[in-house]
Design a protein around this ligand. Sequence first.
Ligand SMILES: [Zn+2]
Length: 366
Amino acid sequence: MQNRQMVYRYIRENGPVSKQDIVVALQLSLPTVTQNLEYLKKQGLIDASRKIKHTGGRNATAYTYIKNAKTAIGVSLTANHMSVVAVDLSGEVIGLVREKAVFDLGDETYLKKLGETVELVKETAGISTERLLGVGISVPGFISDDGEEVTYGRTLGFTGRKREEIARYIPYRHFLVHDSYAAGCMESWENHRITNAFYISLGNSIGGTVIIQNEIYQGDSRKGGEIGHMTVVPSGGKTCYCGKKGCFDTVCRATNLDTYTDGNLEEFFLRLKQGDKKAEKMWKEYLNHLSLAIHNIRMLFDGSIILGGYVGAYIGDYMELLCQKVDARNPFGDKAEQYLLECRYKVEAVAAGAAIFYVDRFLKSI
Ligand SMILES: [Zn+2]
């Protein structure tokens, strides 16, 4: 890592700090630190307007990093909604608009609305064009190696759509990302608890992401981690949206639960809490299937497993029960509470993850 990046990172993680703190912590010479601080200040990335109070002598300059020196925008497109968020350099969401919109990439009105929503978030979050790093657009599908095309558009039927078409009304740098990868990236980004992990997205369809040494492992054809289509019911299983039978998606997608409550997952968990017998039975069955998948992933992978997606946002109260079910299958005595984590980002993790790609790239380029 270059000195400049080290200095910036140190301030970002430890600020406010004095110049002397940096010299000592990084074992760099005073001129080197001074030179890099000047550069970072000139770039508008750090603030030096405050002082650190000392008990004796002169007060030293306090260096802090400027969180909103740059921002990125992330988009999540799903069957019935478009969400657009802005995130700053700390990864915090500083702007969010979620709109009802029926997914249709062939519809000019839809694409225009996407452009307008991006513009709205940019304006309300007060982001100037110079400070905008780019717009990450996540879609429920796989992306080609060159990032230019959707190679598999799941149920929504948009295979073959090009990046330029999708972003026709977004006049900024942009790129496409597979939605599960975006969410997995958000969960693992700067998460010191994680080195190797498998992220499971328990949404209206099931997605997954393999994270190895804090990087996403995509496999040979960018379908790595797609556990939604592991066959878990060998015979007599329900038909999956992919056309095959007995996929993991058919037993653990969120819609299996909220079908009981007219598509309202919050209501499902409310009834569950109130002791509704039918909800309890559905939940028990769901957890049984989920524990099986978690166990198999653990056996294969021996890393952390993160539960995200719509169901992941509600799973906190049931982690103990789920851990028991997982432990019952484990022959090595590993304790699930040690490696099974609920997601950190409960709201718009996919959209935020699409934006984080730009933030991460920027931080590595300083
Ligand atoms: Zn399937």
